[in-house]
Design a protein. Structure first.
Length: 276
């Protein structure tokens, strides 16, 4: 390892980084950050139209080969095919950002009170938020083990995997369809499970020099109404919600050699919310 590479993100230059949910609200910022630091970014997302557009834009702006691959992270065959395609196109996989998450195709069911929550709805969320994390970590981690060169896996959890949501901040807020919103128990439970999976894998693959860490974002602006943004901001020591791009620095740190002695950790990016 070049000593200087421990102090900046230049160690990502020429590396292959796979990011699931790479065309999403946070994902497109994560993808941009990795490409900006010189990585070949593989954008794995069900929205292939947006993914291909983003991959083309990153290639034009930064000069690295970037690729879009459609994948259903809840489908084992789709995940294995994705990992094989990445290895076939790029050879070694150096970084995995396990970032895909789902709410629901039925927002009314997703935001239903806990007492009325259905098992089908619970499973629809966990098949992506947890099963998908397991399947992608397994498939790409297997490639990293076979390569015998180590690697870095970063998994996206949520502040509500660490602490309970304050239901009072949702009062008077609704979705674009006019449905009252909240953070349902399935979201918190699935994100808490991601934190547990991260710690397990960090110790399991430590002897292979595969580091596994977790990014825990707080609330980021993504079209919420002013009522919600004001109430949320009042709960945060820094007094505001995050901009999506403010999560990227934590990812680049964990993906690069700057964090070469960091594994099994949760990097919380929440403006101080969890410090109260």
């Amino acid at each position: 390892m070049n000593a200087n590479s421990q102090y900046d993100f230049s160690s990502l230059k020429g590396k292959t980084a796979v990011i699931t949910g790479g065309a999403g609200i946070l994902g497109k910022h994560f993808s941009d950050g990795l490409a900006c630091c010189g990585a070949h970014v593989v954008i794995v997302d069900l929205n292939i139209e947006e993914s291909e557009k983003l991959a083309g834009d990153l290639t034009r702006r930064y000069g690295q080969k970037c690729l879009a691959i459609p994948c259903d992270v809840s489908d084992p065959a789709s995940v294995r095919s994705m990992a094989d395609e990445v290895a076939g196109q790029f050879g070694d996989i150096h970084v995995l950002h396990n970032n895909a998450a789902s709410k629901s195709s039925d927002l009314e069911a997703f935001f239903a009170p806990f007492e009325e929550y259905t098992l089908d709805q619970w499973r629809e969320v966990t098949k992506v938020n947890l099963d998908g994390m397991f399947l992608v970590a397994q498939a790409v981690g297997r490639k990293m083990v076979e390569q015998s060169r180590g690697g870095s896996i970063i998994q996206t959890a949520s502040i509500y995997g660490l602490m309970a949501p304050d239901s009072r901040i949702y009062e008077g807020s609704s979705s674009i369809m006019g449905i009252p919103i909240n953070t349902p128990a399935v979201y918190s439970a699935s994100k808490a499970a991601v934190i547990g999976l991260t710690k397990y894998l960090a110790t399991y693959w430590a002897d292979k020099n595969i580091r596994v860490n977790c990014i825990i974002p707080g609330g980021a602006e993504s079209g919420q109404n002013d009522t919600f943004k004001e109430k949320y901001s009042n709960r945060v020591p820094l007094g505001r919600m995050a901009q999506p791009g403010e999560m990227v620095g934590a990812l680049l740190y964990l993906a690069s050699n700057a964090s070469s002695y960091v594994t099994g950790q949760n990097i919380i990016v929440d403006g101080g919310l969890s410090a109260w």
